[in-house]
Design a protein around this ligand. Sequence first.
Ligand code: COS
Length: 372
Amino acid sequence: MELAREFAANEIAPTAAERDRTKAPPTEEFRKLGELGFFGMLIPEQYDGLALDTLTYMMVIEELAVADASVTITVSVHNSLPTSMLLQHGSEEQKNHWLPRMARGELAAFALSEADAGSDAASLRAQAVSDGSGWILNGTKAWVSHGDCAALLVVMARTDRPEDRRGARGISAFLIPRDMPGVQIGKPEDKMGLRSSQTVSVTLRDVRLSPEHLLGQEGHGFIYALEALDHGRLGVAAQAVGIARAALECSIQYAAERKQFDTPIKDFQGIQFKLADMATRVAAARALMYEAARRKDAGMDVTELAGMAKLYGSEMAMWVTTQAVQIYGGYGYMRDYPVERLFRDAKVTEIYEGTSEIQRIVIGRGLHAQQR
Ligand code: COS
């Protein structure tokens, strides 16, 4: 934890604003994070990972997100989505091939969404057609985090036939090396926040896949992706807590330095109350995500709790960063001060890995399931 805090403060935070401005990918930061094992946090030691528990992993994600959420999203996606899918469902050959590389920092990306399949992810249309010995895959995936610099893409695609659609059960997961013929990476999106994290489309044109590329069982890929998203949503919750903590820490410092009416603004009760509410909500979101992590580490199902941690954490981060901009006043609206970036970075935590509305659906369904 100490290492994560020091690395975040010394190696990531000082250049975060510059990366936000230039959208330069954090290539050097990724290299160092890889050397230190941060891309293998959840990978067992037998595959050269650090084998951390979920709780410690989430504490690390929070520390990194205090420094720069753009860097953190890659650490979070890589460690939670493709890693957990491979660990849960990969064959021994697939694990031996990919996990040690991933632990050393060869990035893996997760490609589920498509332009017309966001919240309704099961309506995706990328199609893998069986050719007897394998599949030929065509389609375009949208909003793939770090897809441009990943060595491995975990791609969800249909394997059911158009005349025999099976909904969520017609989707399979494939492990696709990014340098395979037919894989084309689009231009990075121009985003509101997380600007140095490269979000790309991935076009798959006649990509020839053999059975070694299939992850787990045919037709189970959507369920594997949702399982992995339970984990990923915990990472987003930790990221949201980190962004909000950074906004709170900036605001405390600024309120002590900024004087109006000959008084540091921290001495005005209006500001004190704001800071108190911000600190309380950050602590509450952290407690919720810790509880979810503890239950996950105890082997319990955390689908609803992960949804709650993400829902509460992301809405908390948006609220806290909004208060931070308000405390900074006119300066908060300027790019020269960090709270403006934190405000923009917080927004996407309410959107990716399942919008707040989707989290409410997941939580609501869980409540009804408990009644049965
Ligand atoms: N873990 C394991 N399996 C799960 C699961 C979970 N968390 N949630 C659902 N499943 C299973 C269901 O049990 C069902 O299995 P059966 O076929 O055996 O019945 C299957 O997955 C399909 O589930 P469901 O019928 O609930 O699917 P829906 O199409 O109704 O979608 C939501 C459910 C809306 C919750 C899902 O599509 C979702 O999470 N959407 C958001 C996607 C997302 O987060 N995208 C961001 C991508 S990363 S930027």
